[in-house]
Design a protein around this ligand. Structure first.
Ligand code: ZN
Length: 167
């Protein structure tokens, strides 16, 4: 049985960035113009095919990671990263390095965040909503898809997901 491609998060939507593809010659793999029908390298006479483009993919990942650095610098409770799917694509992944203040004692909240428990819970919720808005905007800007988990497996990992295009 195969491994799940993406990780599901309990409190955040799953946005995924498909790998970038570029048109190439199906015969020799040379990049081709989308609207040209002859390969400049081998003379193949036909339409190009889409192929995984590691440079475009890496470029997009670098841009998104730079934006994430700015976002993370302003966060207290969560950290957001872009991680590769097990097989393909990449996803926005939110981690919570400490336990949620909901599960902690007042004194522990004071020690970690210098906030009483109820203030920490409130601040965490504000931060969660801020991250959700950020993710939605990033998904719009980068043409990410939102995946809905229709079947979750142990460890919160769901290989079967329904695709919904962000408008
Ligand atoms: Zn060719």
């Amino acid at each position: 049985m195969g491994k799940a491609n993406f990780r599901i998060m309990r409190e955040f939507p799953l946005y995924v960035l498909p790998d970038a593809v570029s048109p190439v010659c199906p015969e020799c793999g040379e990049p081709m113009e989308e609207d040209k029908c002859a390969c400049p390298a081998c003379g193949y006479d036909g339409a190009p095919v889409p192929a995984f483009d590691p440079w475009e993919t890496e470029y997009a990942h670098g841009q998104i990671r730079a934006m994430l650095d700015d976002l993370n610098a302003a966060l207290t409770f969560f950290q957001v990263s872009l991680i590769n799917g097990y097989y393909s694509g990449a996803q926005l992944y939110v981690e919570e390095p400490e336990s949620s203040p909901v599960e902690l004692e007042n004194a522990v909240c004071r020690r970690i965040w210098d906030l009483c428990r109820s203030a920490a819970v409130r601040r965490r919720d504000i931060e969660r909503r801020k991250i959700c808005r950020w993710m939605e905007q990033a998904a719009d800007a980068w043409n990410m898809d939102e995946l809905i988990c229709v079947e979750c497996f142990s460890g919160g990992i769901g290989p079967i997901a329904k695709k919904r295009r962000i408008s």
